[in-house]
Design a protein around this ligand. Structure first.
Ligand code: PMP
Length: 413
């Protein structure tokens, strides 16, 4: 299968010595997004929602039209449901903080999974501690797949919110979020989906999912860093108190009191990340156009090729749900230090990630300290995978020889 996307990514396309397999950390950006960012500072650079002169009006119009683009991108009912945030972490913290400010949550329970990125775990864990809530954790099986058999006992009429990842950043699993959202709805609980690793790989439809909140970051879907989206059902956003206070989010201020804007502006205090919003909208438009069957077939082709190659390397254990996964592959190698493997690959320009991937509870459950993660994106090629396999095989050989001859681990040097 031919790669028709790679040439649009300058950093990848021009580099002869970088094999980038760390797209789950952040994706590379297509030329069209880079041009949007540059164009903003060259031709549009004014603040939004303030000035009445033509450039301020046109930039504000484009900024608000980006909100419409983002609503369309996830099939939200309208742009009032789209709050611009710094990213997924910021969006989840917003919801957690504002829910606790809205009314007393003492004695409620909060449901998460053992698979979560810390961004969708720590805010809920700490909220539970601060407000005497019970944190309930949906368990995993031994390879890291969610076990939903006890879900009906975990979620009950006292559940405040069920928060779960759409796709695991550490393993790649696509989780059955629709089923969990429906269970939450059955008992009147709220639902929040962390979509950081989903939106760059498949189309997300929040109306069809019927979740209450959906969060994602632009930099994992070919857009810029420091910008993302909190989608919320409008009536829920309306019922939440503000997150931060200041300019942009007020309706009227007197010495005695302040009234606030309606959502989404109510949650967007201060000057926004204007170029980030425009860059994110451009990435969403680009992705909406590119995300065809052939895009997904190509990604799955790469993923299965990698899996096949791994199946013949002795001592490799691949974690996660291999039947329902985005092209992220997480593995351990028997008797070989993951850190050393990553160092050797890195010396050859092959970028993989090693560690707990901000999912320490998951690693504790699997009984390991971390994995090596190869995360692919649409710009990768079969040749790059072949290069990885060769480099990996010789790294394993070298490290096993070192172990047998008593040489200390490279990461201990
Ligand atoms: N959730 C998941 C599943 C992620 O992969 C990430 C980023 N690694 C986050 C949340 C946090 O995203 P950000 O750092 O952009 O806020």
């Amino acid at each position: 299968m031919q790669n028709i996307w790679r040439q649009q990514f300058p950093l990848i396309n021009q580099s002869t010595d970088l094999v980038y397999f760390d797209s789950a950390a952040t994706t590379q950006k297509p030329q069209i997004v880079l041009e949007t960012l540059q164009h903003f500072y060259q031709a549009q650079n004014v603040n939004v929602h303030r000035g009445s002169y033509p450039l301020a009006v046109s930039t504000t119009t484009e900024f608000e039209s980006a909100r419409k683009t983002m609503a369309k991108f996830i099939n939200a009912p309208d742009e009032r449901c789209i709050v611009f945030t710094k990213g997924t972490t910021d969006a989840i913290n917003l919801v957690a903080t504002c829910l606790a400010r809205q009314s007393s949550i003492n004695g409620k329970n909060i449901v998460v999974t053992e698979l979560e990125h810390h961004a969708n775990f720590v805010p809920w864990q700490q909220l539970a501690k601060q407000h005497q809530c019970e944190l309930r954790v949906t368990p995993l099986n031994d390879v890291g797949v969610l076990d939903l058999s006890g879900l009906q006992q975990i979620i009950d009429h006292n559940t405040l919110i069920v928060a779960m990842g759409h796709v695991s950043n550490a393993l790649g699993n696509i989780n059955p979020v629709k089923k969990v959202i429906a269970e939450a709805k059955n008992v009147g609980a709220l639902s929040l989906v962390d979509g950081a690793q989903a939106v760059g790989h498949f189309r997300v439809d929040v109306t069809e999912l019927d979740c209450d909140f959906y969060t994602f970051s632009a930099h994992k879907m070919f857009g810029p860093t420091g910008i993302g989206v909190l989608y919320g059902k409008f009536h829920l956003l309306e019922s939440l108190p503000p997150y931060q206070l200041g300019g942009e989010m007020i309706e009227h201020v007197s010495l005695e009191d302040t009234s606030f804007e309606l959502p989404p502006l109510k949650f967007e205090a201060g000057t926004p990340n204007i170029e980030g919003v425009l860059g994110m909208a451009k990435a969403a438009q680009w992705l909406s156009h590119e995300l065809t069957d052939s895009f997904q077939q190509y990604e799955q082709h790469l993923y299965h090729y990698l899996l096949d190659k791994f199946s013949v390397i002795e001592g490799i254990k691949v974690w996660g749900d291999l039947h329902s996964s985005v092209p992220i592959l997480s593995f351990s190698i028997k008797d070989v230090s993951a850190q050393d493997v990553a160092l050797i690959l890195g010396e050859q320009g092959i970028a993989v990630r090693v560690g707990h991937h901000c999912a320490m509870p998951l690693m504790q459950r699997l009984g390991i300290s971390g994995t090596i993660r190869v995360s692919l994106a649409i710009y990768n090629t079969i040749q790059e995978i072949d290069q990885l396999i060769l480099a990996l095989q010789s790294a394993i050989q070298l490290l096993k020889k070192d172990v047998n001859s008593g040489v200390v681990s490279k990461s201990q040097l």
